[in-house]
Design a protein around this ligand. Sequence first.
Ligand code: PLP
Length: 416
Amino acid sequence: MDIFNKIDNYFGPLGQYMEHAHGYYMFPKLEGEISNRMIFQGKEKLVWSLNNYLGLGNHPDVRKADAEAAAKWGLAYPMGARMMSGQTRYHEELEEKLAAFVKKEAAYLLNYGYQGMVSIINTLVDRRDVIVYDSEAHACIIDGMRLHFGKRFVYPHNDMNNLEKELERATRIVEKTNGGILVITEGVYGMAGDLGKLREIIELKKKFNFRLLVDDAHGFGTMGKTGAGTGEHFGVQDDIDIYFATFAKAMAGIGGFVAGNKKMINFLMYNMRSQIYAKSLPMAMVIGAFKRLEMLQHEPQHKEKLWTIVNALQSGLKAKGFNLGKTESPVTPVFFQGGVPEATHVTKDLREKHNIFCSIVTYPVVPKDVIMLRLIPTAMHTLEDVEYTINAFSEIKKNLDNGVYSDGTIASMVVH
Ligand SMILES: Cc1ncc(COP(=O)(O)O)c(C=O)c1O
């Protein structure tokens, strides 16, 4: 069979909805400056779907630093991978600053968080080792494990009894193979906003021998007293063996980093295929990251404002009876009963009637009869935005409860 023929039969789990969704529910175009208000299909919307937590994405100081760095260095420099010809003292200095901030001996920059994580996992384990991971792990963790030739055991999301059982199984295996165990969790789970049970996981180190890798993509810059992440929030940063974060969220940039003890970081530098065989992070991104990190560390007002909005939004929604699941982070999921058809009507009403743009999550990410609207508060939002949104959500909920969206149809993407 021609592999292209397969496409005629099945367009993939998301692609199968392309005809109904493209440009509206999926691949929507948000235009204008990055902000709490952007243009969608020619009309201004209140946007709750950007991970621009601290509002740095379009901050004048950040824009200035980015523009000056691009003017000075261009976007090509340095050419080549770090190991061959792409090393600079700025890359090294940024690594030192990041390591000091997250209280680790050393750090290594990653050109994209996703491929960095895939490669970290691939580099650290071999066929003798066992990976034990949370069932809600991000795609980059799952894909990293796909490269693993050894065993991997999953535990149901944040289920510590089950984790303990899997660690017992893993221990029996590595005793035979002479391998080690890598446990992988996220700091903040980016879909539902709940936190990885870092304290409990680390407590298990007393009983089992394993190393802990934490993906803190959503926690870096938003959690902890200084913004150093979920490890700091729980007071367990020292017990995280491999700390990972991306620049794509609170740092509003591109790239990421991994941090830990010097020997392990040196090992990653000399073995991580995603960095050895790919171009170094461009200088403009590195210089831009310095500025963002400096603001994150020395301008606490951004995180304070973020949490003012988070607290107002979450307590306001809860007071009106909304179910926010178990979030303890800025990520604000709002759960409703309903299927995919209802979800499309909810989204359309929010966008067209209330001019609110937020992400919508349906089956298979959540159970079949659940709709999750996911709001990402940022330092750019205002308390008026919060109040307006809570009122709009109340109206949507009333319609859902009264069956207004239950005719079984998919809401048309055509806006009249
Ligand atoms: C938990 C988690 N890990 C990793 C990534 C990948 O980061 P990047 O966008 O830098 O590739 C993301 C971003 O979507 C994420 O949410």
